[in-house]
Ligand binder design. Structure first.
Ligand code: NAP
Length: 458
């Protein structure tokens, strides 16, 4: 895939970049390696200052960076600003918390292991390669890089080929904040050249956020090289609505959760599983609200839904809808590729989806909602868990028995009760099953790329 900025609202190529050649990649790997040797002996206080300074720079530059995100991947300007603000908040969060999270613990009874003292300490691993997607070009990188840098690791970023300007912005941000040159470097390379970087002996570990095939490929190479990997992959999150739910709030949140980021988030609600008693009413109101969304130019404040990020992304989602339609599913809203330029796809609501249809099993990475009718709580849980994914979920109910039933029974990394799935720096984030391995954010996220060393002293 060419490394270039293409405006999804028009389909026009804006800027093309030459990939880094082998010498430049070698230079950047060596720089991050050399920077690690410096960074690992700095203390938390200095790294905190640098991280806070980088956060302040990003806040100052929010309008320019937001415009860049909208240009490169089509999210609305308002959502682009929110992404940048959240990224800066998370940088400050880790600046403040890293030391606390990385303070090891001492055995209360060292005699039990025949020692005078026995304790643990967290130490950085080294250069970590991050392979990242385009859907949140700043946030996906920052949520990994802020804790990694605060722990004393250095970062090599291979960003998605359609967001090179976001990659280049991040390339200098942390150094401008004060981190040593080389603490964070971007590699402008295609996916086909990632393997060699994973295998490089100066690279200690790898994290990938993206699709399942990419994750499997990277993790198998890292496994062969005996390197730690974290995978944040796809999701097909269930959104369960039970009869006791506040239906107005559930419908409003369902619409937002399906369409935020133009429907291209791993934790968008994708499958709406509604109890039979309220199914028809939910479907009616949900369909009405989805069809009322204003699709159009993402730079305009009145726009709810911008274009999809890539032409192939739009083809993929339309194929899923067309396959379901051909096999007898009902399309209540949307489902047609609009006339005109840009890669727009309307908010779409589909019901009657059966396991033979691709839409049942595959991730719908665009604003397409699938609505299922469940006989009871047990049936809702069965449908929710009948997927290879296990990222996040939402349950709408006022009944505490339902809360216990679903929070214990759902095979997922997170459950939001009467709310929308979102990520918070305070909470662990990640999936089970084919949605990934490991956790980002919280104390767990910063510890992923650390060596937990045991010390025994006689
Ligand atoms: P993708 O095609 O897997 O791309 C993600 C990154 O991996 C890009 O940098 C891509 O580079 C690179 N890549 C692709 N194939 C590779 C390979 N074989 N070896 C090495 N690198 C490879 O994913 P996407 O379509 O951009 O992103 C959408 C997917 O990401 C969805 O499934 C979504 O759910 C998932 N996602 C998950 C999370 C999470 O936290 N769980 C968050 C966001 C997105 P190129 O661009 O050069 O191909």
């Amino acid at each position: 895939m060419a490394i270039q900025t293409t405006n999804p609202a028009t389909g026009d190529v804006v800027k093309t970049f030459d990939p880094h050649d082998a010498d430049e990649v070698e230079r950047r790997i060596q720089m991050t390696h050399d920077a690690f040797l410096k960074l690992k002996s700095t203390d938390f206080a200095i790294r905190r200052d640098w991280m806070n300074q980088a956060a302040a720079l990003m806040e100052d530059e929010i309008e320019d960076v937001a415009a860049l995100l909208t240009l490169e991947m089509g999210k609305t300007l308002e959502q682009a600003r929110a992404e940048i603000a959240k990224s800066a908040t998370t940088m400050r969060f880790y600046a403040d918390r890293a030391e606390e999270y990385l303070t090891g613990s001492a055995l209360e009874e060292p005699d039990a292991v025949g020692a005078k003292k026995a304790y643990t300490r967290y130490q950085p691993l080294g250069v970590v390669l991050a392979v990242m997607p385009w859907n949140y070009p700043i946030w996906q990188v920052v949520r990994f890089a802020a804790p990694a840098l605060m722990a004393g690791n250095t970062v090599l970023l291979k960003h998605a080929s359609n967001v090179p300007q976001a990659a280049l912005y991040l390339d200098t941000l942390f150094h401008r904040g004060g981190f040593p040159e080389g603490a964070f470097r971007s590699l402008l390379i295609p996916a086909s050249r990632v393997e060699a970087v994973v295998r490089d002996e100066r690279v200690a570990a790898v994290t990938l956020t993206g699709s399942e095939p990419a994750g499997r490929s990277i993790a198998s190479i890292a496994g062969f090289e005996v390197k730690h990997s974290v995978l944040e992959l796809g999701g097909s999150d269930p959104f369960i609505v039970m009869p006791s739910a506040d239906l107005d709030a559930a419908v409003a949140t369902a619409v937002e959760s399906r369409t935020i980021n133009n429907g291209q988030a791993c934790i968008n609600a994708k499958r709406f599983i509604v109890h039979a008693d309220i199914h028809d009413e939910f479907l009616k109101r949900f369909g009405r609200s989805m069809s009322a969304l204003r699709m159009g130019d993402p730079t305009q404040a009145t726009t709810d839904l911008g274009p999809l990020a890539t032409a192939s992304g739009r083809e993929d989602i339309h194929e899923l809808v067309s396959d379901a339609r051909t096999q007898g599913a009902q399309i209540h809203v949307g489902g047609e590729v609009p006339e005109g330029g840009g890669w727009y796809y309307p908010a779409t609501v589909v019901s009657g989806v059966t396991p033979e249809m691709r839409l049942y099993a595959e991730e719908a990475f665009g604003p397409v909602a699938t609505v299922f009718k469940a006989d009871d709580a047990k049936d809702a849980l069965r449908i929710a868990n009948d997927t290879t994914f296990g990222l996040s979920s939402a349950v709408w109910t006022q009944d505490e028995q339902d809360v216990e039933f679903f929070t214990s029974g759902l095979d997922v990394g997170a459950v939001f009760v009467n709310g929308m799935s979102v990520s918070y720096p305070e909470l662990p984030f990640g999936g089970v099953k084919d949605s990934g391995i490991g956790r980002e954010l919280s104390a767990e996220g910063i510890r992923e790329f650390c060596n937990l060393k045991s010390v025994w002293q006689a």
